[in-house]
Design a protein around this ligand. Structure first.
Ligand code: NAG
Ligand code: NAG
Ligand code: NAG
Length: 262
């Protein structure tokens, strides 16, 4: 089983695209992707040229690489919804065969385009010490997983995790960004393996169980708030870690790093 980090996917997909790992795709799809890479409008808001040399799809990039990529992405204006949906439609038309044949790169780009908006927002949130939220969240998720007994169901691992590792201002910003996006675009996650509407609702319930009802209240909040203070404020919220165990798929969308299996 190979997990890749969901938010990082936007970075990974760009890296793969730019490093011309297009072999194996149909020629129609290859042509369209090559055209995207050279498209002036896309490059105005998405820095392929800065990101592509940084990473490969085979490993999760290290923190410095992620930071450099995030710096480049967040320095540009966000791509307009209109540009993203036009690009996505064009991609789906040209690469339909490749997507249904489970070509990894085609699926990666498909998800990266479908979830561009919340991913881009989430990549750019900063924490109280000026670091990137998603890097903080991924490091915490990794730590939680690594300290677990080998082979333990990840849902149990997270159920037992410290509240202050999961219920952070950064994760609140990231979770609400994704859930708000899903509310407005109910089919946004449909191309993500295992992320069905029911599974996503289970995840929501699980996070609320862990972090209290107000955690997923639709408000992104202030990711730069002091996590200590944030914990104190939310300390008296009802929570029951048990609901985290509801569904192993919780793991797929948990802790902002939102893992996807490819
Ligand atoms: C692609 O993956 C799906 C789900 O894992 C599977 O049902 C389908 O048979 C696969 N298609 C091909 C062409 O391998
Ligand atoms: C903020 O995020 C950075 C990583 O981007 C991390 O190294 C740092 O520890 C985080 N700060 C806090 C207070 O968690
Ligand atoms: C996704 O669902 C399939 C089929 O139900 C399952 O085999 C696979 O382990 C699931 N993946 C994750 C990451 O839970």
């Amino acid at each position: 089983m190979k997990y890749i980090y969901f938010i990082t996917l936007l970075i990974l997909a760009s890296a793969a695209l730019g490093s011309a790992q297009l072999d194996g795709l149909s020629s129609t799809c290859q042509n369209t992707l090559t055209q995207f890479l050279g498209d002036k409008n896309i490059n105005n808001c998405f820095p392929f040229s800065a990101i592509t040399p940084l990473a490969t799809t085979t490993t999760i990039p290290d923190q410095n690489t992620l930071k450099t990529a995030a710096d480049a992405i967040c320095a540009k204006p966000k791509c307009s919804d209109n540009l993203v949906s036009t690009t996505l439609n064009q991609f789906k038309t040209s690469c339909q065969t490749d997507i249904s044949n489970n070509q990894t790169l085609a699926q990666l780009v498909n998800v990266a385009l479908s979830l561009y908006s919340p991913m881009r927002d989430s990549i750019c949130y900063k924490n109280s010490t000026g670091g990137y939220c998603f890097i903080e969240s991924e490091a915490a998720a990794e730590q939680i997983l690594q300290s677990a007994p080998k082979g333990q169901n990840p849902a149990f691992t997270f159920a037992g995790a410290q509240k202050n590792q999961v219920c952070t201002p950064c994760n609140k910003a990231i979770f609400n960004t994704f859930f708000n996006y899903q509310n407005v675009n109910p089919s946004a996650f449909s191309d993500v393996q295992n992320a069905t509407g029911k599974n996503i609702n289970d995840v929501k319930g699980a996070i609320e169980g862990k972090c209290g009802q107000n955690f997923i209240d639709g408000k992104v909040g202030d990711s730069t708030e002091d996590p200590q203070k944030f914990q104190t404020e939310s300390a008296n919220q009802k929570s029951s870690a048990a609901s985290l165990v509801a569904n192993p798929v919780n793991f797929v969308v948990l802790v902002g790093s939102l893992l996807a299996m490819l």
